[in-house]
Design a protein around this ligand. Structure first.
Ligand SMILES: *[C@@H]1O[C@H](CO)[C@@H](O)[C@H](O)[C@H]1NC(C)=O
Ligand SMILES: *[C@@H]1O[C@H](CO)[C@@H](O)[C@H](O)[C@H]1NC(C)=O
Ligand SMILES: *[C@@H]1O[C@H](CO)[C@@H](O)[C@H](O)[C@H]1NC(C)=O
Ligand SMILES: *[C@@H]1O[C@H](CO)[C@@H](O)[C@H](O)[C@H]1NC(C)=O
Ligand SMILES: *[C@@H]1O[C@H](CO)[C@@H](O)[C@H](O)[C@H]1NC(C)=O
Length: 330
């Protein structure tokens, strides 16, 4: 065999070996939830029985790539990074499985992990001995805070807001009324991204428990607001008288509260009580929501006793899950 033959043989050998040393990944992207374990599955093929040189690098958006873990001369070395106490090889490296394991993941562990393998007497073709796995650590929404903006008087508008300080990706917000009846809300009354729910033209029947659920792929969390729609004191007595005679439970409860409040005031001071009596004595304008034709009142009464809500257009769109353009009170 001449010099040319030797060169050709060497080239052939190189060609073969370059096809042999290759790094493979089980998947190009791994998702984990904060606090859980993440495995980045990778392994390599090689004909050589020599110990490999393995490095795992992390490339984050906001920093230069840095080494996390290496295997050199038969020794595992964990680099001084945030990951140090939590990162390692999942399997013995000599098994050729070089999967990376990260215990108790954090959001900041997210990034592009790059794995490179070299074996002393094996050549590689460009890029074949490198593999990349993207890790995304998701964070469930923190318990959101619910707020009421505005004064919940009959006829007024209020906005309920809901916001979670943590969560990746950013959570969506869904408001629901749970008591005394179930009700879901749609845009534009509800803004899922902002977490707001606008309630317009409030009525007493809109009082109840409103729950906001903040949710993303990693989980969900909720807060709630007990909305108590009130009238002015004089209107309250009239309302109590009108609706109380119709046997509406909610109003009876409301009326009872008014009476207790009145007695408390009376105990606290005669002057207050006198004012209250004077106010009661004045017959104000009938509240708009109490001004109903007789026939209408009967139908409303029957539905009131069932759940507290009328069978109006809103109830229909709620039940059929069609979007309600406006939250129209009964
Ligand atoms: C991994 O992330 C990089 C940078 O964010 C992106 O360019 C690449 O497409 C991602 N690869 C996969 C498999 O998702
Ligand atoms: C290497 O280990 C990972 C994680 O345990 C596993 O998913 C993968 O199948 C293994 N690869 C091989 C070639 O056995
Ligand atoms: C990760 O947790 C497992 C199980 O708790 C443990 O066996 C392993 O040693 C941990 N790995 C690292 C790198 O801390
Ligand atoms: C309540 O909101 C509606 C619709 O957004 C608006 O037309 C109305 O003027 C508002 N009422 C009050 C009292 O702000
Ligand atoms: C507000 O609600 C009352 C009944 O609850 C209704 O009579 C009135 O028309 C409503 N006003 C608006 C602006 O929708």
């Amino acid at each position: 065999m001449g010099a040319l033959g030797a060169a050709l043989a060497a080239a052939a050998l190189l060609g073969v070996t370059s096809a042999v040393l290759e790094v493979h990944v089980g998947t190009g992207s791994v998702f984990s939830v904060e606090g859980q374990r993440a495995v980045l599955p990778a392994w390599y093929t090689s004909r050589s029985q020599k110990k490999p040189y393995v490095t795992w690098l992390l490339d984050k958006d906001d920093a230069d790539p840095f080494q996390v873990l290496t295997y050199l001369d038969g020794t595992v070395k964990v680099e001084e990074t945030e990951l140090k106490p939590r990162v390692g090889f999942l399997h013995p490296v000599l098994s050729h499985n070089i999967s990376l394991v990260i215990n108790v993941t954090r959001e900041g562990d997210s990034g592009q992990y790059m794995c490179t393998v070299n074996v002393v007497d094996e050549a590689t073709s460009t890029g074949k001995n490198v593999a990349v796995i993207n890790l995304t650590v998701l964070v469930p929404p923190a318990v959101p805070t619910c707020h009421l903006h505005g004064s919940p008087a009959v006829g007024a508008n209020v906005t309920l807001s809901c916001s979670s300080e943590k969560g990746k990706p950013s959570p969506g917000y869904q408001w629901q009324r749970t008591a005394p009846i179930q009700q879901v809300f749609f845009p534009p009354a509800q803004d899922q991204a902002k977490g707001t729910l606008k309630l317009t033209n409030l009525s007493l029947e809109m009082s109840g428990l409103y729950v906001c659920v903040a949710e993303n792929q990693a989980g969900s969390s909720e807060c709630s607001i007990a909305l108590e729609v009130h009238t002015t004191s004089a209107k309250a007595i009239i309302a109590g008288a009108v609706l109380g005679s119709l046997g509406a439970l909610a109003t009876v409860v409301f009326f009872a509260r008014r009476v207790i409040g009145y007695r408390r005031k009376k105990r606290d001071g005669q002057e207050d009580a006198a004012n209250e009596i004077k106010e009661d004595a004045v017959a104000p304008k009938t509240p708009t929501w109490a001004r109903r034709p007789a026939a209408d009142t009967i139908s409303k009464t029957s539905t009131l006793s069932v759940g507290g809500f009328g069978g109006g257009p809103k109830s229909l769109c709620v039940m059929s899950q069609r979007p309600c353009d406006v939250i129209v009170p009964m």
